[in-house]
Ligand binder design. Sequence first.
Ligand code: ADP
Ligand code: MG
Length: 335
Amino acid sequence: MMTASANNRLLDVKGLTVQIDGRNGPAVIVDAIDLHVDRGETLGVVGESGCGKSLTMLSLMGLLPNKIKVTGGQANFDGRDLQTMSKRELRKVRGGDVGFVFQDPMTSLNPVMRIGDQLIEPLIYHRRISKADARKRAAELLRLVGIPGPEERLNAYPHELSGGMRQRVMIAIGLACDPKLLIADEPTTALDVTIQAQIVDLVKDLRVKLGMSVVWITHDLALIAGLVDRVVVLYAGTVVEDAPVDELYAHPRHPYTQGLLASIPKLSDAPSARLSSIGGTPPEPGRRPPGCPFAPRCPLAMDICRTTVPKLEPVSAATTHRAACFAVQLVREAA
Ligand SMILES: Nc1ncnc2c1ncn2[C@@H]1O[C@H](COP(=O)(O)OP(=O)(O)O)[C@@H](O)[C@H]1O
Ligand SMILES: [Mg+2]
């Protein structure tokens, strides 16, 4: 019999490893990641550009580019094993139970196809409904994401809409088949700050209205503060911290998370204050150091950090807040 908590798990990923066949042989890009999303939960996945956020999600859905492959781990979605699914079954999951919203609507939307047709196509494929019903549903979806005059907008081409409206269309496509999980990969990065906030608010509303889970991928910790329930921080293809959102902001434990948070400008900063940021850059795949991948940039690095990979462990007794850091473990053991 399944326990209540196991049943509550919509996506459960264990030890996911992704490699690229590079010029100098295979290199690990995603390194044995554990990740889960509960039903109704909104998860933020955060990290600098190049940390493996997109490839982690794409690998689950069988959307990896050439030369990049899953080489280990398990992934279970809604009680089904994603790794052993056929391409055909995976295609049904994508756009069906799992909706995607990508960063750049100009490349994800087809420029020569009317918006209505781009919405109707997945509805007919996944739902097998008539074209007339699909058109009605498409207009409903545009209304749901706050596009005025939805019936007329169905006939528009992407270039006739603003960037914010195009991203709303992308969200409507992601929602077309009532997904159990919506994966939004930096969906607002190309937009200006006001529109970004509107899109975040929209997804916040929809999540409650539709009762779905959301994974929101971003490099911007500040953007998702009011949206997500929990945050997973990625660094060089590993999870370095995993905590409820309030806990992460109030008590970040991993030095990388602390650095990310310190880089967010605050209203209370003097206008002349310099942004503190983390020196250096993440390692390229194939050039990750032995031990903790963050050690070369870490202000707290000790000898052990340069030789041994720290495990993701609770930061204190009886908490779901976990960090992969020997310095954090020292503090915990001293307590
Ligand atoms: N198509 C590709 N070919 C080669 N390397 C890639 C490709 N896509 C991503 N990578 C590499 O994999 C790593 C992780 O990429 P990605 O998942 O896109 O990071 P993020 O989404 O966090 O910015 C990066 O180092 C990137 O350079
Ligand atoms: Mg990305």
